[in-house]
Design a protein around this ligand. Structure first.
Ligand code: GLP
Length: 240
């Protein structure tokens, strides 16, 4: 694993954006795996800045987001589709049909998962951007005795529901379920970019990167991948 620690937020965001841009520029038909959450917002801003300055085009890119809440339409301001559209896709030159998020409104969620896996199999991810949850989840792959390889519907754990409650008016509004890419899909990416910020993530960063490989910390499976880059701020890296 390639671990870099940054003193300043903008440097971390810039470094992440540069790695993404290198992939986009260096690949004829780049496929990006994208993530949401509070961590990558500055990365999308940095990418937009580079796009507006003409440094990169996403015309030939395809994207797959990691996850989406079940039951939130794309117009809902807490859906991950809304997050991605307003922060990134609406402002770049990507073809809309090349943008993919799991559809949390699908009537048949199981069929939606199989369809997402088929699309992922046809367009293997070149670079997967990841954040990490306080319990070690990646995407919405929550700690469990066994993890799923493919895209699936997941019941969110209490800790995750609480962490997400800050984004909703009432905690009762927080969706209880999500669709997420599975661990197998994440690990099939040719390269992985894990970005973590904040002292509240320092312990889970240590556990994930240096602890045993275990399904009770899904991010620890990243230790098995040959091409992982980890970008941390000083606070998130303080226990390494
Ligand atoms: C969310 C997302 C993850 C994200 C994580 C951390 O629930 N499903 O993809 O990496 O939790 O989010 P944040 O960056 O806001 O701490």
């Amino acid at each position: 694993m390639n671990i870099h620690i940054f003193d300043h937020q903008h440097e971390l965001d810039q470094a992440a954006a540069s790695l993404i841009i290198d992939t986009v520029r260096g690949t004829a038909q780049p496929v990006l795996g994208l993530a949401t959450g509070s961590t990558p917002t500055g990365i999308y801003q940095a990418l937009l800045h580079q796009f507006k300055s003409g440094a990169v085009s996403f015309k030939h890119a395809t994207t797959f987001n990691l996850d989406e809440y079940v039951g939130l339409p794309p117009e809902h301001d807490q859906s991950y589709a809304y997050y991605m559209n307003t922060r990134f896709f609406d402002h770049i030159d990507i073809a809309r049909e090349q943008v993919h998020l799991p559809d949390g409104m699908a009537d048949d969620l199981e069929a939606e998962c199989r369809q997402y896996d088929r699309m992922l199999a046809a367009a293997p991810v070149d670079l997967q951007l990841l954040g990490i949850g306080h319990n070690g989840h990646i995407g919405f792959n929550e700690p469990a005795q066994a993890l799923r390889s493919g895209t699936h519907v997941v019941q969110l754990q209490e800790e995750t529901l609480q962490a997400n409650a800050r984004f909703f008016e009432r905690s009762a509004d927080v969706p209880q379920r999500a669709i997420t890419m599975g661990i197998g899909s994440i690990l099939r990416a040719k390269s992985i970019l894990l970005v973590v910020r904040g002292a509240d993530k320092a312990a889970i960063v240590r556990e994930a990167l240096t602890g045993p490989i275990t399904t009770s910390c899904p991010a620890s499976l990243l230790q098995t991948h040959a091409a992982v880059t980890v970008l941390l701020d000083r606070a998130a890296g303080k226990e390494l």
